[in-house]
Design a binder for this molecule. Structure first.
Ligand code: PMP
Length: 437
């Protein structure tokens, strides 16, 4: 039997980091010039403890998922109890209480009209499922040519092939695969500004596209209110209402990707609640399990679900780990916590604290903009930062923040206190001031 790994010893620590560099491919990294990754020993609440003993305050909620903080006792207990029953059974032919309860909770929490739930493993797969549902729906409606999608530029929907095809074609990190991707229809990104007046010429652009090509377009997919990985762009929720109406006029399904924005991140349970719209199909993931394990879902209304299923139709998808019981138990506990919170007050408070924590950055000459919405705080720089340079500077300041491109942003756990956010804000200010010299 191999001995348990002790990460506290300094030699073993460097040995592990070296082995990691040799063996493990991390997100968006090279194996010929691997970089050292920070070795984590423990994570609790807002803190990530590194194996070298350093404590970092987390400003990322581990890619926006760990909304209740790390190792939340209620979620950990629910998962331990589920492990003692069973962690997983196949979802073909079998079902279980954690999945059924979760389905019910999701339908209760999501906008009226969404009635059916398809579970999958990751956000990207839930997008694949949404796109397949849309194509299959139109097939059953006698419109088999509707196989393409329309989407705004600056969007991000995941790293699998169909999801990549609807990411921003230039900035979407996927330019290299262009020849292998299904060409889709792109419109301009929604004009920025949460309160800026709705630009009719933007809506006309969508209307013109649909009037020329809606015979080929199965759905319009977008991230509601915030385009996240494509630039942390905030736009007026009123666009959602207008775009949905145009979709209905031209027989195009309205698909919302709430993977980043769902479960309170923008101040409401779902970002589409800001506009009181209910999409035909909605993708969720990330914070669904409180960031404890991978689980995603695609929700639909009855028009789509029954459209596909009537006349002996079956939906053609079925991942091995669909409805994983351990993940469902984590999600149930996470949603119970969310339901217990006064969510709008909690996130309103985080937003106020983010505003005051990040506001000083506005005075720096390398900063182009500072903006906050809900538990999202963004410092946009004039030039892109070199992650290899800025990351260690942030760690030296005692924070875990993961900038990309021109964006240094915070999407912290919702349990972040004012003191945590002030510390994160001043760490960002100090680092950006140093880089400004
Ligand atoms: N859609 C959106 C809006 C996302 O932000 C992401 C992940 N950043 C995805 C889809 C893909 O999710 P996953 O990484 O879980 O596959």
């Amino acid at each position: 039997m191999t001995a348990p790994i002790q990460t506290t010893n300094k030699d073993q620590h460097s040995e592990l980091v070296e082995l990691d560099k040799q063996l493990l491919w991390h997100p968006y990294t090279s194996m010929s010039t691997p970089i050292a990754h920070y070795l984590v020993e423990k994570a609790q609440g807002m803190q990530i403890q590194l194996a070298d003993g350093r404590q970092l305050i987390d400003g990322t909620a581990s890619w926006w998922s760990v909304i209740h903080g790390y190792n939340h006792p209620k979620i950990s207990q629910a998962m331990k109890a589920q492990i003692d029953n069973f962690s997983h059974v196949m979802f073909g032919g079998l079902t279980h209480k954690p999945a059924i309860e979760l389905g019910q909770k999701l339908i209760d929490l999501s906008p009226d009209g969404l009635e059916r739930v398809f579970f999958s493993d990751s956000g990207s797969v839930s997008v694949e499922v949404a796109l397949k549902m849309a194509i299959q729906y139109w097939h059953t409606q006698g419109k088999p040519n509707k196989q393409k999608f329309a989407t705004p530029k600056s969007g991000y929907h995941g790293d699998t092939f169909a999801a990549m095809s609807v990411c921003d074609p230039v900035n979407g990190m996927h330019g290299l695969f262009n020849q292998a991707l299904t060409p889709q229809y792109f419109v301009s990104p929604p004009p920025t500004g949460l309160e800026s007046e709705v630009d009719q010429s933007y809506l006309d652009e969508i209307r013109t596209l649909f009037s020329q090509s809606s015979e080929q377009i199965a759905g319009f997919i977008l991230e509601p209110v915030v385009q996240n990985a494509g630039g942390m762009r905030f736009y007026n929720p009123a666009y959602l209402t207008e775009i949905q109406a145009i979709c209905e006029e031209f027989d195009v399904l309205f698909i919302l990707d709430e993977i980043a924005t769902g479960f309170g991140r923008t101040g409401k349970m779902f970002a589409c609640n800001h506009a009181n719209v209910s999409p035909d199909i909605m993708c969720i993931g990330k914070a669904l399990t409180g960031g404890n394990c991978s689980l995603a879902a695609t929700l639909t209304n009855d028009k789509v679900a029954l459209g596909i299923s009537d006349n002996d139709g079956v939906f053609m998808h079925g991942p091995t780990f669909m409805g994983n019981a351990l993940a469902c138990s984590a999600a149930n506990a996470s949603l119970e916590l969310l339901i217990e919170y006064d969510l709008e007050a909690l996130i309103g408070n985080v937003e106020n604290n983010l505003v005051s924590a990040l506001e000083p950055c506005r005075a720096l000459s390398n900063v182009a903009d500072v903006r906050c919405l809900g538990a999202i705080g963004v410092v946009e720089l004039k030039e892109a930062v070199d992650q290899k340079v800025i990351q260690p500077m942030l760690v030296d300041e005692g924070v875990w923040v993961r900038p990309f491109g021109k964006l240094v942003y915070l999407m912290p756990p919702f349990v972040a206190e004012k003191t945590d956010l002030d510390k994160l804000g001043s760490a960002i200010f100090n680092v950006l001031s140093k880089l400004n010299k």
